[in-house]
Design a protein around this ligand. Structure first.
Ligand SMILES: Cc1ncc(COP(=O)(O)O)c(C=O)c1O
Length: 454
């Protein structure tokens, strides 16, 4: 490790790249990893993180990165938030595990009550806790079928709901998630996503030709699509879905596993449109990186389940619950508001990229800290992702040819300005390499403008 890397963390800037990227230890580690881990893991690039603080990640070679990926939109309170760390430590000293499925764990209902309190429901709720996003998606399908006595479930093209059999059936962001695994769960249809006029598909195609409305148990929707490309639906889309569900007695399930827990500048993304679903699913950011998923629903609905209908050995583990309680406090104390402000700052800084490089940058979009930049081709999205990595900024591809930014909600104004500047430099470098866009000098002018706006 170089002298720079061995300086105390507090005195080092971020980013601070002190080796080639990936560095020698990272390269050796990747080789070791490739020999022993499942080849199904879709690694984005060779980042080998070993510690983190706030919006900073340090890798195995001592390089410090500005983290705008947050472990795929998970580390909502930043890395190692002292209050989350002490909540975890205190709980671990008391009790690490006792299955809440079979016994009465005090912190489990406390967490359920808190999740119910911050949920968008205007009536008493009950909550089921699992370990992950996919588990609560599975739970929601089971509950929807049981509660309605109806067989069919509708999801959306471009949606991502997980990788276990039920949830992967709902997932329709990329065909690779289904390749070789069929037949999948029967009774699932996929609708077009995002435009108000897409809702006509339900009357004209689904209810008319495929399945009567009174046999549809549920429609599951991401209020903002995540893995499918950070797609924000048109105003009226979610409201229209709500009306249609009410008309036909269909349950509306909001998969807020990525968009929830404050990320979009409201506690839940559905709140941007004033829509109250019948079930709300959260995971990812709700426990700052501890494995926890939750299905939150009005009590009258969840009470369709009798004892044994669903459960889990680890779900609602006390340490994960302690992290969730600390996370919820921090989200309410200001992190959600910060997500809204930093999101506005980011969009103001990123929009000029579209004006400056219109052939390369097709769209800048997002809400709060769910920010997406669409490129002309998947290759260019990948090149920008790599160019960011080389410059010390962690971002992640999504959709067909987009790059997403999902920083921790603790990201500061100056960190956001730095992130936008580096992202803009990366885009300018890719544009310059293409040769058909602006000269590097001109691009540098654009970057200065972006920084000022950031
Ligand atoms: C919207 C959404 N739903 C479900 C999932 C699945 O969550 P997990 O990976 O925890 O199973 C994800 C994960 O990326 C997601 O973004």
């Amino acid at each position: 490790m170089t002298q720079l890397a061995s300086r105390p963390a507090a005195t080092r800037p971020v980013p601070d790249i002190v080796t080639e990227i990936p560095g020698p230890r990272a390269r050796a580690h990747v080789e070791f990893d490739h020999g022993v881990t499942s080849p199904s893991l879709p690694r984005a690039y060779p980042l080998v993180p070993v510690r983190g603080e706030g919006a900073t990640i340090e890798d195995i070679d001592g390089n410090r990165f500005l983290d705008f990926a947050a472990g795929i939109a998970v580390n909502s309170t930043g890395h190692a938030h002292p209050r989350v760390v002490s909540a975890i430590q205190e709980q671990a000293e008391q009790l690490i595990h006792y299955s809440a499925s079979d016994f009465y764990l005090p912190i489990y209902p406390q967490t359920c009550a808190e999740l119910g309190r911050i949920s968008p429901f205007n009536e008493p709720t009950r909550v089921y806790l699992g370990n992950s996003g996919t588990e609560v998606v599975e739970a929601s399908i089971k509950l929807a079928r049981l509660a309605t006595g109806r067989p069919y479930v509708v999801a959306f093209l471009g949606g991502f709901h997980g990788r276990t059999y039920g949830s992967v059936t709902l997932t329709a962001s990329k065909s690779k998630y289904h390749a070789g695994f069929g037949p999948l769960l029967p009774g699932v249809f996929h609708a077009p996503y995002g435009k108000v006029e897409d809702l006509r598909w339900f009357d004209e195609v689904l209810f008319e030709r495929l399945a009567p409305a009174d046999e549809v148990a549920a429609i599951i929707v991401e209020p903002i699509q995540g893995e499918g490309g950070y797609i924000v639906p048109e105003d009226g889309f979610l409201e229209g879905l709500r009306r249609m569900c009410d008309e036909h007695g269909i349950l509306l399930i909001a998969d807020e596993i990525q968009s929830g827990a404050g990320r979009t500048g409201r506690m839940w993304a559905v709140q941007h449109w004033g829509v109250v679903p019948d079930m709300l699913l959260t995971a990812k950011g709700i426990a700052s990186g501890m494995p926890l998923g939750a299905l939150i629903a009005p009590a009258r609905l969840l009470e369709a389940w009798g004892p044994g209908a669903h459960g889990s050995t680890f779900g609602g583990n006390p340490v994960a619950c302690a992290a969730a309680l600390a996370t919820i406090e921090l989200l309410e104390e200001g992190l959600t508001a910060n997500a809204a402000a930093r999101g506005r700052q980011a969009l103001a800084g990123l929009h000029p990229l579209h004006e400056r490089f219109p052939a390369l940058v097709r769209e800048v979009r997002g809400m709060g800290l769910m920010l997406g930049v669409e490129f002309d081709t998947p290759e260019h999205a990948e090149e920008v992702q790599w160019a960011c990595f080389q410059r010390g900024l962690l971002v992640l591809e999504c959709g067909k040819s987009a790059v997403r930014m999902s920083p921790p909600l603790v990201v500061t104004e100056s960190e956001m300005a730095t992130g936008v500047r580096i992202f803009s430099e990366a885009v300018a470098a890719v544009a310059a390499e293409r040769g058909e866009l602006l000269a590097t000098a001109e691009a540098a002018g654009a970057i200065t403008g972006v920084e000022a706006a950031g």
